[in-house]
Design a protein around this ligand. Sequence first.
Ligand SMILES: Cc1ncc(COP(=O)(O)O)c(C=O)c1O
Length: 370
Amino acid sequence: MVSPRPAVQALPAYRPGRNPADLAREIGVDRAVKLASNEVAFPPLPAVVQALAAAAGETNRYPDNGAVVLTRALADRYGVDPARVVPGCGAVTLCQQLAQAYNDPGTSLAFAWRSFEMYPLLAQVAGARAVQVPLTPGRPGGPADTHDLEALAAAIDDTTRLVFVCNPNNPTGTAVRRAELERFLDAVPAGTLVVLDEAYREFVTDPDVPDGLEIMGGRPNVAVLRTFSKAWGLAGLRVGYLIAEDPAVADAVRRTNVPFSVSMLAQAAAVAALASEDEVRERCAAVVAERDRLTAALRERGLDVADSQANFVWLPVGEQAAPLAAALEARAVITRPFAGEGVRVTVGAPDEDDVFLAALDDVRSAAPVS
Ligand SMILES: Cc1ncc(COP(=O)(O)O)c(C=O)c1O
């Protein structure tokens, strides 16, 4: 038998999330609600559907490997040189490209934990050491749900090539503020690249949470990662982008691109979505209003829910996470449990969230969840 690399053998087996149609069939209901993947509940933007229809007629050709039109559209939107912009096959692929570009075996990659579940896997595949810095309570007596940037800075050593700061943090929804992030960036050595993973940036409403693109100004060892999967509604098409302060960082990431991995449809859809930004902003405002309603409803039920700056809320229920998610699933609601820690619930459409709240009430009336 041909053996995979030990690092690959040690990776967790891929476990697909529940499909709502399958779950509904299995438990004999008309509809199951999926609040597990932080997608938006709105259908694709009309301009995106049109662009996809037009691009579909071209798909006998390869896509533009340089994604020139999309790169230029992003550069124009953010007022940066196109040399600093790298579109990718989803932000997650750009994470992989970053690790490939910067992490030789024996180096390290640092990040807070719990955070985006891909970060430790990137390190593992690269043969790098994952330095995981525990989250800290964001409010007195609260659960550990917030970046501890002082500890993260202290964990960086001369092997650390890459640091991910997920802001707002997935899955806890908390965000770091301007002053602490600036202090952190000041403390990071020039030879360590800090990637501000802003997959949920468009849902941020706290004015004190900095825009990564602004805060990286004048800091050549900082880059920002964003995605079209969440606010822009293109999760099914796989497209994200990196904007680096230093074009040399963008160049390194571009070199690790899997050729043609940003499909023609993804490129066309992203360009159309950028041209529909007003509509996207309206949708985000609706998500934020619903986030507030959901947060208030959970707090009324006595649950300790932090303010979220993303399109999901975090229930820090500890050991009850897996049983709670299973009980919700039995009631046709799919959430994302992190065993022993908490349950992440995507902000859905109001009717979906009502289904979730009713299921939660039903579960709790059977066995209280604190
Ligand atoms: C923090 C964070 N970064 C990156 C990604 C990846 O997004 P994409 O769909 O663009 O690969 C996600 C997706 O869930 C995420 O939560």
